[in-house]
Write a protein that binds this ligand. Sequence first.
Ligand code: UD1
Ligand code: CA
Length: 484
Amino acid sequence: MTSHRDRRVAILLAAGEGTRMRSDVPKVLHTILGRTLIRHVLVATEALNADERIVVVGAKSEEVGKEISNYDAQIKTVLQERRGGTGHAVRLALESALIQSSGENSDSTVVIVVAGDVPLLSGETLNRLISACDSVEVGAAVLTADVDDPHGFGRVIRDSNNGILKIVEEKDADSDEREVHEVNSSVYAFRLGPLQQALAAITPNNAQGEEYLTDAIELIRQQGKKVVPVVAEEYFEILGVNDRIQLAEATAIMRDRINLRLMSEGVTLIDPPTTFIDITVAIEPDVTIKPGCQIEGETTIARGALIGPDARLFNCVVGPAAVITKSECDGATIGRHAHVGPYSFLRPGAHLGDGAKVGSFVEVKNSTIGAGSKVPHLSYIGDATIGIESNIGAGTITANYDGVAKHETVIGDYVRIGSDNILVAPVEVGDGAYTAAGSAITENVPPGAMGVGRGQQRNILGWVTRKRSGSDSAKAAERASKNN
Ligand code: UD1
Ligand code: CA
């Protein structure tokens, strides 16, 4: 035994055009529950602790390259200008790998090749593949799966010792080979020497006129090396996303996988099939999520919170025992025991203090609602700061926009804003102040004052009898005057 560890180079293939997606977005940038396809694969390769990761890009390489460098600026991208096939792509990647210039012993390097469109692949499976390759007589290990419908996949042809003899692409397969249900995943571990030797011999003499990486298998066999299969425990680990149908299929499987993990960690999901939680979301035990929720981005939810039904949260911080019902929350912070909904919209920069309440048909943007304060009905609160234990009457609007610039509204502690107020910013209502119902508050209200911003009411007696004589209203008024 030595402490020697093989050098590991991971190559991701993402140069394909993804024409079957019929999309302006490059295929590997389509997302599944919080991550692009390519990012799912990149995260899976983290388990390899690779010395080097290289992604082969082609179609829309700039956009794809940006996503890759956002994920990790250390990762190298290699441009494949024309689609020369998977073998051609791997050859290009190896030409730019550090291993070439360093002239390291090619027997002590393992090359892991992964297609960029297999979002359900796990890190454990990649490590199983590496282990299978950990012997001098093995030249390569191939991840395979037994599938009900092998249509579209390369078929794995075994030898009499249960090794792999070759892989035949569907378009090049004869009728017997097409009957095989064990398929190639496009995920491999190769020893560098045998791979390089094989790549040099691959030709594009096939139905698609491409250099098939799959041809390397037979060529490595011819070098006297073994090629061993590693069968995926779950068929979906190898599910490649080529069209929108497979995108939805992969999303459903990923959703179930995330939901099962959360439930095992102590989160109650009343209806998992209608609960879509991004892989990037963190939820503490004893949170309950009711049907029809979408929880996305970097959202975190603390113990005891009750979410749903029908809530969407994106990049939110939800405090312990908060309650969010039938509402949309984007970039909001929701305090301990705070309540939101039903039917409200929290926009970026909305901060609800502990025990604060945003009730029905309320929109809050870039505003702080202090602990214990309430905005119960039909309001717009924008660019405002509300202190603690204040109450905002139904139908109140902060007029934060004068048509040119945005202005702030500051409301103190223990304030009572009457119903149907317009607070014309910039404006301040001091601690303990009240405002009268129906006010347009255009000037500051000092602490403890009652702000009244409306015309005096006058009643024009007999107006209906004179101006609407004979109407039902006039008749009702007449009856009322007789009864008095
Ligand atoms: C490939 C395999 C097939 C396997 C299937 C699994 C080959 C010849 N065939 O077929 O045996 O069952 O995957 O999904 O390898 N790519 C490049 N450059 C190229 C061509 C492809 O980067 O020139 C990338 C694609 O972006 C994709 C991956 O390689 O991520 C596989 O290519 P794709 O066209 O999807 O291959 P399949 O026909 O599906
Ligand atoms: Ca594919």
